[in-house]
Ligand binder design. Structure first.
Ligand code: ADP
Ligand code: MG
Length: 261
C-alpha cells in the first residue's frame, strides 16, 4: 500500500531548479533513504512535503490528502511527523519536559495551560524516552546532553505526535560514524515496531546501504535512480554522480576521530 505519492514535484529559486519534476512513492511501513550530493534538492523536497515551502507545481499525496501548499501545522495534524534540529529542544527544560511539551502540543493544548501541571503527560513522555534509550536522563537539563543523546530526544519528540509518516532530513548530521549507525538502527527498529513509514536523508553510504529498504537518488534536482542497495550501488548514473568524480562525496563526509576500543 502506498503511503506517500510524490508526483512531478518542482521548485525553483530564481534560475536554480532545485527540484525538477521529481516523482516517487513511499510504501506503508517502508524505510526509504533519499541520497544525493550537496545541493541535489533533498532538503527542498523535504520542506515541500512538510509544508515549509510551497511547491511551484506537482502533487504530494499522503493517504487521501494532497499536502502540496498546506501549512506545516495542517500537514503535521494529518500524521506527518518530522525531527527538528537541536535548537528546537529547549535547553533550560529537562529532557522529559521537552517530550511533555511535544505531547501537549500534539493534544492541541497550550503551553500556558500546561505550566501549572508539571506532571501532565509525564508517564507517556517517560515511555517514549525509554523507547529511545533515554529514560535515565529524563530529569537532566537538555542543555547538558551529548549531541547524540539530543538526537535521540528529538526522535522521542517526533514520535510524540504519533506520526504515520516520519520525515528525517539528516537526522545524524554532526555525528560520528558509529553513532550514526546506532541512531539509524534505532529508528528502523522503532518504525518497524510501530508500522511507521520513514523518508530520511543520510550522508553515510554505509549506513544507508545497511538499513534502508529502498533508496532514491537525487542529483541537480532530478531523480536519477530508485531501487534497492544493490541496484543503487551498481547504477551507472549514481556511480557517475558519486564515485566518478570522487569530489562531492568525500567532501561531505569528513571522518571524525573515533574513540579506540
Ligand atoms: P540538498 O539538501 O540536497 O543539499 P537543497 O535542497 O538544500 O539541497 O538545495 C538545492 C538547490 O537549491 C541548491 O542549489 C541550493 O543552493 C538551492 N536553494 C535551496 N534553498 C534555497 C533558498 N531558500 N533560496 C535560494 N536557493 C536555494
Ligand atoms: Mg539538505
Amino acid at each position: 500500500m502506498t503511503d506517500l505519492s510524490i508526483r512531478s514535484l518542482a521548485k525553483a529559486f530564481g534560475g536554480v531548479r532545485a527540484v525538477n519534476d521529481v516523482s516517487f512513492e513511499v510504501a506503508r511501513g517502508e524505510f526509504l533513504a533519499m541520497i544525493g550530493p550537496n545541493g541535489a534538492g533533498k532538503s527542498t523536497c523535504f520542506n515541500m512535503i512538510n509544508g515549509q515551502l510551497r511547491p511551484d507545481s506537482g502533487e504530494i499525496w499522503f493517504e487521501r490528502a494532497n499536502l502540496a501548499g498546506l501549512a506545516p501545522r495542517e500537514i503535521w495534524r494529518l500524521g506527518v511527523g518530522r525531527t527538528f534540529q537541536v535548537a528546537a529542544t529547549f535547553g533550560s527544560m529537562t529532557v522529559v519536559e521537552n517530550v511533555q511539551m511535544a505531547l501537549i502540543s500534539h493534544a492541541g493544548e497550550t503551553y500556558r495551560l500546561w505550566k501549572p501541571a508539571a506532571s501532565r503527560y509525564r508517564a507517556r513522555a517517560l515511555e517514549l524516552l525509554e523507547q529511545v534509550g533515554m529514560k535515565d536522563a529524563a530529569d537532566r537539563a537538555s542543555r547538558e546532553l551529548a549531541y547524540g543523546d539530543v538526537k535521540r530526544v528529538e526522535l522521542a519528540m517526533a514520535l510524540a505526535n504519533d506520526p504515520r509518516l516520519l520525515l528525517m532530513d539528516e537526522p545524524t548530521a554532526g555525528m560520528a560514524p558509529r553513532e550514526r549507525n546506532a541512531l539509524i538502527a534505532l529508528v528502523k527498529r522503532l518504525v518497524v515496531e510501530k508500522g511507521i513509514s520513514v523518508l530520511f536523508t543520510e550522508h553515510s553510504m554505509d549506513v544507508v546501504f545497511a538499513h534502508a529498504d529502498r533508496i532514491i537518488v537525487l542529483a541537480r534536482g532530478r531523480l536519477i535512480a530508485d531501487g534497492d542497495a544493490r541496484t543503487i550501488r551498481e547504477h551507472p548514473k549514481v556511480q557517475e554522480v558519486y564515485f566518478g568524480t570522487g569530489k562531492t562525496f568525500a567532501r561531505v563526509e569528513p571522518k571524525p576521530l573515533e574513540p579506540q576500543p
